[in-house]
Ligand binder design. Structure first.
Ligand SMILES: [Zn+2]
Length: 422
């Protein structure tokens, strides 16, 4: 079993960079209108999602099991060919789109037959080429403001299966896979609202939910089965007198109690996200997940991490103290006050401080934090992740105890129901 579950979906969902829809053609299988489960009309749910795979000045590389000719945005065929060997694709900012060594006479391309030819894409990072992604659906590549803009337009259940397979270990109970599929679907459909003016609906990163295309192996198979068995099911709760979808936050292990989302976002003031749900099912989580610490960090390291996230704090001097100024009933810190040696003070959201320090170093904001003799000490840590919404290790614990996916979801989202939107 993997040592941890990674994602902290939700807190950064509002940070998607705005990008005009520009010339990207609407998806062939795209939704007629955004989801409105209050109308309980299955026909209105989107069936296809546009996932932003990358916006990058770096090249990507592509290949397919059979050679493919790209089409320009107007449908005209181009001479170039994508072969069975890795082929670089690049666009310098302000430059032309190129495939292989040749510039293309088009600002946007796609490959007919991409999915049937098992098209693969690999991104380059500072550490080299990432593992190849097998992307289902359509692949659209255009010249964008940062170089390449790459979008995978995929049927939503394939997307749900891909995300679910990455979210939980392959040996999690099938009922946990079913619950996770419903979570991922609802989260995606909620993010898709109000995105019609953008060229994409969700990011492929933790800003939305991590997506790397089709996942092979046991996790992929279980996730595909779970997505198929729960197809069209979403979490809903009463809002303004109607049943409506909501942002189904989830994180690895709550450590004993979930956190209220009400603290962070006024639009989350619904019963389902009220938090403070007691949970000891996540005791089965690996070490450093249910309980963690102590962790000791040099003051200079913490200060540098905070300055990296908050460049406006240029006058921040050596830290004299770090203290919680607001705590949630669950015990988590909500706000942190920094005082430097000159007596200047700043109050920052505790979750931001956690992400600045490192989400795997400061594993949750439910801990004791002190600054003594030039060292920041984190101890008595509980849980891993932001603690909002569903606890994934708790979900596994409940599934092992015989609870079903609907029972698990209703446990973590009080007052919620399952609604079929298609
Ligand atoms: Zn828990």
């Amino acid at each position: 079993m993997r040592a941890m579950i990674f994602h902290h979906a939700g807190l950064r969902v509002l940070r998607l960079a705005l990008m005009p829809a520009a010339s990207l053609a609407p998806a062939a299988c795209r939704a007629e209108t955004p989801v409105d489960s209050s109308s309980a009309s299955p026909a209105k749910a989107p069936r296809c999602v546009r996932v932003l795979i990358a916006e990058t000045a770096d090249p990507v590389r592509l290949r397919a099991e059979t050679p493919l000719h790209p089409l320009a945005a107007d449908g005209s065929p181009l001479e170039e060919v994508l072969s069975t060997e890795w082929t670089p694709c690049q666009a310098d900012p302000g430059g032309a789109l190129s495939l292989g060594s040749r510039p293309l006479a088009a600002e946007q391309i796609e490959f007919p037959g991409w999915a049937a030819a098992a098209g693969k894409l690999s991104r380059r990072t500072r550490d080299g080429w990432e593992p190849a992604m097998t992307l289902p659906g359509r692949l659209l590549i255009r010249r964008g403001p940062r170089g390449l803009t790459i979008i995978n337009e995929v049927e939503i259940e394939e997307y749900v299966a891909g995300v679910t397979a990455r979210e939980i270990p392959s040996d999690f109970h099938i009922e946990a896979f079913r619950a996770q599929s419903i979570l991922c679907r609802t989260f995606c459909l909620y993010q898709m609202r109000s995105r019609d003016h953008l060229a994409y609906d969700v990011l492929a990163s933790e800003g939305s939910q991590v997506y790397v295309g089709t996942v092979a192996g046991a996790a992929g198979e279980k996730a595909r089965a779970a997505a198929a068995e729960t197809a069209g099911l979403v979490c809903t709760c009463p809002r303004d007198g109607k049943e409506d979808i909501f942002l189904t936050y989830y994180s690895s292990a709550c450590g004993g109690s979930s956190q209220s989302a009400w603290t962070f976002n006024p639009s989350d003031r619904i019963e389902a996200l009220s938090g403070d749900v007691p949970c000891d099912f996540c005791q089965i989580a690996p070490p450093d997940c249910y309980r963690w610490g102590p962790v000791t960090l040099p003051e200079a390291t913490v200060r540098a991490a905070i300055l990296d996230r908050y460049p406006r704090l240029t006058s921040l001097d050596r830290l004299k103290s770090i203290e919680a100024t607001r705590q949630a009933p669950s015990g988590r810190w909500v706000e942190v006050r920094l005082t430097d040696v000159k007596g200047a003070q700043w109050t920052l959201p505790a979750e931001h401080v956690r992400l600045a320090i490192g989400s795997r170093v400061m594993r949750s904001t439910d801990c004791r934090m002190s600054l003594v003799a030039g060292e920041v000490r984190l101890e008595n840590g509980k849980g891993f992740g932001h603690g909002l919404g569903l606890c994934q290790w708790g979900m596994q614990g409940q599934a092992l105890a015989g609870r079903t996916a609907p029972q698990i979801l209703r446990f973590y989202f009080p007052g919620s129901s399952l609604t079929r939107v298609y």
